[in-house]
Design a protein around this ligand. Structure first.
Ligand code: CP
Ligand code: NVA
Length: 305
């Protein structure tokens, strides 16, 4: 761990991910009397909407004995009323942790440079590390192993969820295949970081334009919305470009393995995933949701406990 911040998976290494997972298990085992955040306050500042991340973090902080304060961006006026560097210093003097959802990842980096308390990325345009960590824990609990699994991501390979999944998979030894349309492949910087991880972990990284090829050996089939928050003006164009990248029963005929279906949510039913598949016996989407609360407790104890 380079600094006491969690901005991307790049802030972690395999040992720190295992430490978070062990802390998650310990928090579950110790039950509701375990209150390591007693006397601590976390401030959440969100510039984009959120259901899962906001609520699971607030509940996690409170169940661990701490207090949470939520601020939406207009409450603060980052970049209009307040310089981001001042926001970092002010919140560091009142609170013990800043959990923030932003557009530009660079803004988050700047905030963390001026903050003297841990900063947690609750999603930026490029990364969603708490989602990926929680999903990895879910996969581990479901499959009983991590190394050597085959995961495929179908959809926008350049988005935040895909970026964090590529990094965490390559770091932890999961073979990852990304199937996306031309122009929506993973970002070059993330791919080169992932390739460095893969040299150590032995993971294979494949990029394809063919979802059928991607699902063939997959044990985990993962998708996300075609249009991420902030890109709404591209929504109609993307619906056309991504048409062949939907997880539907036709595509799943090509999946040969004992696969599970994952989605970070929110879901656009019958766009990136056929409605019936969301609640099928293969889907662990609502397990993912539940586990966000558990793993984020592990992350909070790791950074603050
Ligand atoms: N998956 C996820 O981060 O959901 P929210 O946008 O609702 O927080
Ligand atoms: N890629 C999506 C993830 C939402 C949790 C978005 O950024 O909108």
């Amino acid at each position: 761990m380079r600094k006491n911040h969690l901005l991307s998976i790049q802030d972690l290494e395999p040992a720190s991910i295992w430490r978070i997972f062990n802390l998650t298990d310990a928090v579950i085992e110790r039950g509701e009397d375990y209150r390591p955040l007693s006397g601590k306050t976390a401030v959440l500042i969100f510039k984009k909407p959120s259901l899962r991340t906001r609520v699971s973090f607030e509940v996690a902080v409170n169940q661990l004995g701490g207090k949470s304060i939520f601020l939406s961006d207009p409450d603060v006026g980052i970049g209009i009323r307040e310089d981001i560097r001042d926001v970092a210093k002010v919140l560091s003097s009142y609170s013990d942790c800043i959990i923030t959802r932003v557009f530009s990842h660079n803004e988050l980096v700047l905030l963390s440079e001026y903050a003297s308390v841990p900063v947690i990325n609750a999603l930026s345009d490029d990364h969603h590390p708490v989602q990926a960590l929680s999903d990895l824990w879910t996969i581990w609990k479901q499959k009983g192993k991590i190394v050597g699994l085959n995961l495929c991501f179908i959809g926008d390979g350049a988005n935040n969820v895909s970026g964090s999944l590529i990094l965490v998979s390559s770091m932890m030894g999961i073979n990852i295949t990304i199937a996306s349309p031309r122009g929506y492949e993973p970002k070059k910087e993330i791919l080169s970081q992932a390739r460095e991880h893969a040299k150590l972990s032995g993971a294979e990284i494949r990029i394809t334009r063919d979802p059928k090829e991607a699902v063939r050996d997959a044990e985990i089939i993962y998708t996300d919305v075609w249009t991420s928050m902030g890109l709404e003006s591209e929504s109609e164009k993307r619906k056309k470009v991504f048409k062949g990248f939907s997880i539907n029963n036709e595509l799943l005929k090509y999946a040969k393995g004992d696969y599970l279906i994952m989605h970070c949510m929110p879901i656009h039913r019958d766009e990136e995933i056929e409605d019936g598949i969301v609640s099928s016996f293969r889907s662990i989407i609502f397990e993912q949701v539940k586990n966000r609360l558990l793993v984020q407790k592990g992350i909070l104890v790791f950074l603050l406990g």
